[in-house]
Design a protein around this ligand. Structure first.
Ligand code: ZN
Ligand code: ZN
Length: 336
């Protein structure tokens, strides 16, 4: 099968023929139809984070496809089912986190396209218990970005505790940000979208942002404070200084929700302001299978829109360059 493979950190990916994987007892073999390109895939290919994948590996954790084969312990009834392969490839199912609805914190989790091969390939194997069925009313093209960009920002809005009439600042309107704007609206928030590209801010407005701030020309801290300050600030940009802007844009009692992970990022927090202002700083990592089901349910009901462009797997390195160069308004999706 054809796959895009990371053979060395920091080197271009190579599109090559590798053996089609064979599903283990609890796994399914999925014929991939679409897979979105997430910034995490670039971090993975560059070996940016403290916990690194082992090369060679196949990235991709927004994989959508049809189950074509099953392992010995999986019912054959599942053949033909259309499923999503998300970042949470599997978890132990038994630890305190897993049994309390926080499987995304499981210390024994495997991550698709990181610790196990992902969906930048014609086929992928995945744990039958951790793939999520894609409802019939959603195209495979839309389902791909929902599987990480969607669920991750949906969860971040939940973690931020957004309630109606609160001001939610979204820092970074791209693949994740354009979904975050919509979930913050669904939760009842007034949305302030911040980015450095006018085209992205235009998209945010189309998707329901109440205010937009171009941080190249306007100081976002001043602009947001002029509106009364943000109750919740969600950071999706991978520039460390943006975390500081987001922190300073909060009003008292505000919550800073950190989602993006810049390489070697550190967030110095002024303790006095944090204490006196009753500020919370929260990390939010992807979402659970339940969260993804809800994301699909909302999309099928017409509550969200996905903005994405179609790409071919052979263009993988160009896709990474376009994403890093800020030339992608929202998401890129490989169609097989
Ligand atoms: Zn992702
Ligand atoms: Zn666990």
């Amino acid at each position: 099968m054809k796959a895009a493979v990371v053979t060395e950190f920091g080197a271009p990916l190579t599109v090559q023929d590798i053996p089609t994987p064979v599903p283990g007892p609890q796994q399914v073999l999925v014929k991939i139809q679409t897979c979105g390109v997430c910034h995490t895939d670039i971090h993975a290919a560059q070996g940016d984070w403290p916990a690194k994948p082992t090369v060679p590996f196949v990235p991709g954790h927004e994989g959508i496809g049809i189950i074509e084969g099953v392992g010995s312990q999986v019912s054959e009834d599942r053949i033909g089912e259309r499923v999503a392969i998300a970042w949470l490839g599997s978890a132990c199912g038994e630890c305190d986190y897993c049994v309390s609805g926080w499987e995304t914190l499981c210390e024994k989790q495997e991550n698709s396209g990181y610790s196990i091969d992902g969906a930048y390939a014609e086929y992928a194997v995945a744990d039958s218990r951790y793939v999520t069925r894609v409802p019939d009313g959603i195209s495979s093209f839309d389902a791909a970005p929902l599987t990480c960009a969607g669920v991750t920002t949906y969860k971040a809005v939940k973690v931020g505790g957004v309630v109606p009439a609160q001001r939610v600042a979204i820092f970074g309107v791209g693949g994740l940000g354009h979904m975050a704007v919509q979930y913050a609206r669904i939760a009842g928030g007034f949305v302030i979208a911040v980015d450095i590209e006018d085209e992205k801010l235009e998209l945010a407005r189309e998707l329901g942002a109440d205010h937009t701030v171009n941080s190249m020309t306007t100081d976002p801290v001043e602009a947001i404070r002029a509106l009364g300050g943000a109750d919740v600030a969600i950071v999706l940009a991978v520039i460390p200084s943006v975390f500081d802007q987001a922190f300073r844009s909060l009003r008292r009692g505000g919550r800073l929700v950190c989602v993006s992970m810049p390489a070697h990022g550190v967030l110095p927090i002024p303790i006095f302001e944090a204490v006196v202002g009753g500020i919370s700083v929260l990390g939010s990592i992807v979402g659970t299978r339940k969260d993804l089901r809800e994301v699909f349910e909302l999309h099928e009901a017409g509550r969200t829109k996905v903005s994405a462009v179609s790409r071919k797997l052979d263009e993988v390195n160009e896709c990474f360059d376009d994403l890093l160069g800020g030339r992608v308004t929202a998401r890129q999706v490989f169609e097989f």
